[in-house]
Write a protein that binds this ligand. Structure first.
Ligand code: FAD
Ligand code: 2HG
Ligand code: ZN
Length: 486
């Protein structure tokens, strides 16, 4: 069997095919409503990813409610060599969350309970299927914050976040999940429960195996629970949004932000003018600044003393104005304005998606060359005879934005429709460009299906070989999220 979607990929015939007996087994061990078959339900929501770029053909979706149920599912899948795809909120951007062929989807959406929260230490233990925004809301009511935030918060799961090692908007403040996740509970491919749900900030007792699950994208096991260190929620949040005329000035503003806003700096996001025009095309909001600028930066501070924080931010902005680094800027005056300013950053992916398709490159590059990739991409597309943004052209927009504070660029090429010719203009050229700068072909979205062939541009063969060995040890039959990652 080959997929119409992926003509170069062949179904691995070592995997079993789902039988009536399997369905009977799953129905007998799971509560009513937990076994969804294509014969009875429309499963397209589980088979198609959020960009509508990847389509699988799964005939079976299982929705466990407990770790024990996941274990019973995996025991059967192990015996019968049935391939599975763990699925969280299905917001992933690399085609990792949907099947390629007929893999069983294990949807974690019904495993959504907070297990415990310690109001002294700030340590939260929760099911993997808790939605990020609801979890953060739960914490907000107790004066705490989830140490990760991203545009898909209303749909993505905290288990999915850990499985992808999501970075998001405040990594610069709260660090990576490799630091904040304290424990993981997961079900291994043979149904064994891996119990490393510790709540200790310090624990140097041997190999830190749980780290392997962070960013494993469903290839090693099904994450069922996490324990995570949550900081106190800042009482005062301020947001400034300003325009600058060059990428060099963006870097200057960043260095100054680190020096002057220091411990209260919680986000430093940058956007180019093309990305802001794209948001404006679909937004009813008034643009934050009257005049257009080549670049924009959103700076957020989070602290505990309003006067102190506002004074710092004000002084920072005045300094930038006086030294001619920024051309114009605004400071949010209330919570609504904070939210509105964030829309100009968080709304970029959604506005690009409205064009049709988007080729997404989520890359780490040394800061001084970060924006050069966007400019070189525009030149390359034009050299191959494609206009950008004209009525007759398939290429709608080429934009650059991202988490500048983390050296993470999002280069997005929006098209009216996905087109192999455009894809071949961009790939592997983009990855070769990154390899030359010793960057990463995936800063935060992971490998999934999309990046699997390009891993070699970022990782040495010696590392890839060890990754292969790890995969073999944990998942000898290769049933966990096959055809992807490695
Ligand atoms: P899914 O998409 O369902 O799955 C993603 C991968 O994790 C798949 O390989 C899946 O098999 C695996 N997986 C999911 N749950 C489990 C589990 N319980 N056990 C084992 N494996 C599992 N990402 C960022 O890093 N930073 C951002 O700023 C960011 N912003 C985004 C904004 C938008 C608008 C969108 C649509 C996406 C964004 N993303 C971002 C990408 C995506 O939201 C994140 O990768 C997110 O962490 C995925 O979570 P999910 O629950 O939707 O996982
Ligand atoms: C963001 O930072 C996300 O907004 C999505 O990581 C980026 O869609 C993208 O390319
Ligand atoms: Zn991002």
């Amino acid at each position: 069997l080959t997929s119409t979607m992926y003509p170069d990929v062949v179904r691995d015939e070592r995997f079993g095919k789902i039988t009536a007996e399997d369905i009977k087994y799953f129905t007998s061990v799971l509560p009513p409503g937990s076994v969804l078959t294509a014969a009875e339900e429309d499963l397209s929501g589980y088979n198609i990813d959020s960009m509508r770029k990847y389509h699988g053909q799964s005939q079976l979706v299982l929705k466990p409610r407990s770790t024990e149920e996941v274990s019973l599912i995996m025991k059967r899948c192990h015996e019968r060599k049935l391939a599975v795809v763990p699925q969280g909120g299905n917001t992933g951007l690399v085609g990792g969350s949907v099947p390629v062929f007929d893999e069983i989807v294990i949807s974690m959406s019904l495993m959504n309970k907070i297990r415990s929260f310690d109001e002294v230490s700030g340590i939260l233990v929760a099911d993997a299927g808790c939605i990020l925004e609801s979890t953060d809301q739960y914490l907000a009511e107790r004066g705490y914050i989830f140490p990760l935030d991203l545009g898909a918060k209303g749909s993505c799961h905290i288990g999915g976040n850990v499985a992808t090692n999501a970075g998001g908007l405040r990594l610069l403040r709260y660090g990576s999940l490799h630091g904040t996740v304290l424990g993981i509970e997961a079900v291994m491919p043979d149904g064994t429960i891996f119990d490393s749900l510790g709540k200790l900030r310090k624990d140097n007792t041997g190999y830190d195996i749980k780290q392997l699950f962070i960013g494993s994208e469903g290839t090693l096991g099904v994450i069922t629970g996490i324990s995570i260190f949550c900081p106190r929620r800042s009482k005062v949040v301020n947001v400034a949004f300003f325009g600058l005329e060059s990428y060099e000035k963006v870097q200057k503003a960043f260095v100054k932000a680190k020096g002057e806003l220091s411990e209260i700096l919680s986000a430093f996001e940058f956007m180019d003018t093309a990305s802001q025009e794209q948001v404006a095309r679909f937004s009813e909001l008034r643009r934050p600044l009257d005049e257009p600028h080549n670049f924009y930066v959103l700076v957020e501070t989070s602290g505990s003393n309003r006067l102190h924080d506002e004074e710092k931010l004000q002084t920072y902005l005045e300094g930038l104005m006086e030294s001619d680094v920024i051309a114009d800027g605004v400071l949010a005056q209330d919570e609504t304005q904070v939210k509105n300013l964030w829309t100009w950053r968080e709304g970029i992916p959604e506005s690009l998606g409205k064009s049709g398709g988007v080729y997404k490159y989520d890359v780490s590059i040394p800061l001084d060359e970060l924006y050069q990739l966007v400019e070189d991409t525009r030149v390359r597309i034009q050299e191959f005879g494609h206009d950008i943004g004209t009525e007759g052209s398939n290429v709608v927009n080429v934009v650059g934005y991202g988490h500048l504070g983390d050296g993470n660029l999002h280069l997005n090429v929006a098209v009216k429709q996905y087109d192999k010719e455009i894809e071949h203009i961009l790939e592997p050229w983009v990855y070769e460009w990154i390899e030359k700068r010793h960057g990463s072909v995936s800063a935060e979205h992971g490998l999934g299906f999309a990046k699997k062939p390009y891993l070699k541009y970022s990782k040495d063969q010696s590392v890839i070989e060890l990754m292969r060995q790890v995969k073999k040890v944990y998942d000898p039959n290769g049933i966990m999220n096959p055809y992807k990652y490695i």
